[in-house]
Design a protein around this ligand. Structure first.
Ligand code: ATP
Length: 221
């Protein structure tokens, strides 16, 4: 593959609260990086989520947890733009920034199915599809929409061909079956608050940060 072809590959974008990042996120990102042949996957911790409870861990701690979690994985990149930006973090603003920086590269926004089901509540949600493709990862316990605007959107924009994500800059929706890991940040915080150990659900360096900072309180020993 020559360098021009390399430059044309899509950039993946994995946004989230990451409070904390866990193996469900990491395995999903890894499988998508490989199977969709993304040039890179940018991990973008949200600064101020606006639409939900503020994160428990400070932005700097969540950033650091993502940094250590993805360290050493080629193609995984930490992007701190939402944490640096003031005010509520809107995905559409992030995508506009990335589009301006990469006018000729397909952008693939990665979402779990739970997040996709809430898409119509996002700011300027229809504009998101003019800026990026959506890559929806199956998540345990969540079904694809059977009716309503998101079901219609899937019928119009859905594709089962990863090549379609390379052939256009934005606008397609690709639902991808990833290894189902029933891990959630909420569940992890509950484990830690109950004084139990999150070992083997988060990377070891993330577990170390959780212990050192006490960001979710109760210690495991
Ligand atoms: P919370 O329990 O606090 O809602 P979460 O585990 O869903 O947190 P987020 O940081 O909110 O974590 O998730 C970021 C993105 O990762 C979302 O699009 C979400 O759907 C997706 N995601 C989270 N956990 C998984 C998982 N186990 N498998 C696949 N996708 C996931």
């Amino acid at each position: 593959m020559n360098s021009l072809a390399l430059d044309a590959r899509p950039i993946g974008i994995f946004g989230g609260t990451f409070d904390p990042i866990h193996l469900g996120h990491l395995r999903t990102g890894f499988e998508l990086l490989q199977s969709l042949q993304l040039s890179e996957l940018r991990w973008i911790p949200v600064g101020n989520p606006g639409h939900r409870e503020p994160p428990l861990a400070a932005a700097a701690v969540r950033l650091e947890m993502v940094r250590v979690a993805i360290a050493g994985q080629p193609g995984f990149v930490l992007d701190d733009r939402e944490v640096r930006r003031s005010g509520v973090s809107y995905t559409v603003d992030t995508l506009e920034g990335l589009r301006a920086e990469h006018p000729a590269r397909p952008l693939c926004l990665v979402l779990g199915m739970d997040a996709f089901l809430g898409l119509t509540a996002w700011r300027r949600w229809a504009d998101i599809l003019t800026l990026a493709h959506l890559v929806v990862a199956h998540r345990p316990g969540w079904q694809r929409p059977g009716q309503g605007p998101l079901s219609d959107l899937l019928a119009q924009r859905g594709t089962t061909h990863a090549a379609d994500l390379h052939a256009a800059l934005a606008g397609r929706i690709y639902v991808h079956a990833v290894t189902q890991l029933e891990i959630s940040s909420t569940g992890l915080r509950d484990i830690i608050t109950a004084g139990r150990d999150p070992r083997f659900l988060v990377p070891e360096p993330v577990r170390a940060i959780i212990r050192e900072t006490g960001c979710y309180a109760a210690q495991t020993d």
